[in-house]
Design a protein around this ligand. Structure first.
Ligand SMILES: *[C@@H]1O[C@H](CO)[C@@H](O)[C@H](O)[C@H]1NC(C)=O
Ligand SMILES: *[C@@H]1O[C@H](CO)[C@@H](O)[C@H](O)[C@H]1NC(C)=O
Ligand SMILES: *[C@@H]1O[C@H](CO)[C@@H](O)[C@H](O)[C@H]1NC(C)=O
Length: 309
């Protein structure tokens, strides 16, 4: 059942398929959790500069504020700090949507939206090339879930659809095999421990840890505490792993410049602790992936963006 606030983005005359997995009732979630398909395919397609790409988004902080945070400054010192990186727009949702689809697709708000299944994302480039992909969202109650989810004890917002870039696209949700690759952190740990992590992944911590309902202090300490053991874990930071830690957007009053740091084994030792002032945006995430694996652009925004390498 769709929430009554649904705002459907579709070309005139295009009918939407019925979505499943949108009910947020506790019993419906428990039932779906018991049966929902979850998939963790792997691959090893060699890229020009890296073989694994990990994107982690935190929430709503200007560059100046993030770089002043001790933990985020520490992480910046371990990699390449991108000192001229910009989000696309405000508010959150269109930034996530743009980071995987090369366009905001006319989305201007954070409400429940669906993007027509004809609209392409990076998944339509990765799959034909045989590159495995997956989304990991902390506290998403089961793979393929399409609603919002609150902490069942405190009632606080926990996992939100607007921070899950691919679930907004019908080209993902109406395809059971694709929805099954939109997973939670339980699955992340499982995939990590069984060497089932994909080559392309997008990670969002919950509304506490990403700073949305807390502050950059919480987001910074989560990021450092979460990433430090993973950087030392050879199942995560395999040879030629490129990690980007960034934010979805700045605050609405600023220039939308945001913190972004490149980490991982794909960052040459000689470049660790350096800065790079090339202008980048979330479209650079796509351009970097496309250049690395020789994929064609989704649209004009990714085609025109600068790649990290
Ligand atoms: C995460 O997803 C899996 C697979 O759908 C599910 O079995 C598990 O209960 C979920 N974990 C949490 C904490 O909701
Ligand atoms: C987010 O996850 C952390 C553990 O990583 C947990 O302590 C916190 O309660 C979660 N937030 C919500 C709103 O459930
Ligand atoms: C940084 O900037 C230069 C341009 O001065 C660019 O050629 C280089 O590849 C950039 N990227 C990284 C990750 O250092």
């Amino acid at each position: 059942m769709l929430p009554t606030t649904s705002f459907l983005v579709a070309a005139a005359g295009v009918a939407f398929a019925q979505l499943q997995y949108t009910s947020t009732a506790t019993s419906a979630v428990a039932a779906a959790r018991a049966t929902a398909l979850t998939l963790s395919p792997t691959s090893n397609v060699v890229g020009a500069t890296f073989d694994r790409f990990v994107q982690i988004f935190l929430e709503n902080t200007d560059y100046s504020k993030a770089i002043a945070n001790t933990n985020l400054a520490y992480l910046a010192s371990q990699g390449i700090s991108l000192t001229n990186y910009y989000a696309i727009t405000h508010p959150s949702q269109p930034n996530y949507v743009a980071a995987v689809g090369a366009s905001t697709n006319s989305i201007t708000g954070d409400g429940f939206v669906r993007i027509a299944s004809s609209v392409k994302t990076i998944v339509d480039k990765l799959e034909p090339a045989g590159i495995s992909w997956g989304i990991y969202q902390e506290d998403m109650p089961y793979s393929g879930f399409q609603g919002n989810w609150k902490n069942q004890v405190s009632g606080a917002d926990d996992y939100v659809r607007k921070h899950n870039p691919l679930v907004v696209y019908d080209s993902i949700t109406v395809d059971a095999n694709r929805a099954a690759k939109c997973k939670n952190f339980t699955m992340f740990t499982k995939d990590l421990n069984t060497n089932k992590l994909p080559q392309w992944m997008f990670i969002t911590p919950n509304m506490t840890n990403d700073g949305h309902d807390t502050s950059v202090t919480t987001a910074g300490s989560w990021a450092r505490n979460w990433l430090t053991p993973l950087l030392a874990n050879p199942s995560f930071n395999i040879a030629r792993t490129l990690i980007i830690l960034t934010f979805d957007e700045g605050t609405t009053t600023g220039t939308n410049q945001i913190y972004a740091v490149l980490l991982g084994s794909a960052v040459p030792t000689s470049l660790r602790g350096t800065t790079n002032s090339t202008r980048y945006t979330h479209y650079s995430l796509l351009k970097t992936v496309e250049r690395n694996w020789g994929l064609t652009a989704i649209g004009t925004n990714d085609a025109a963006a600068n790649a990290f390498f």
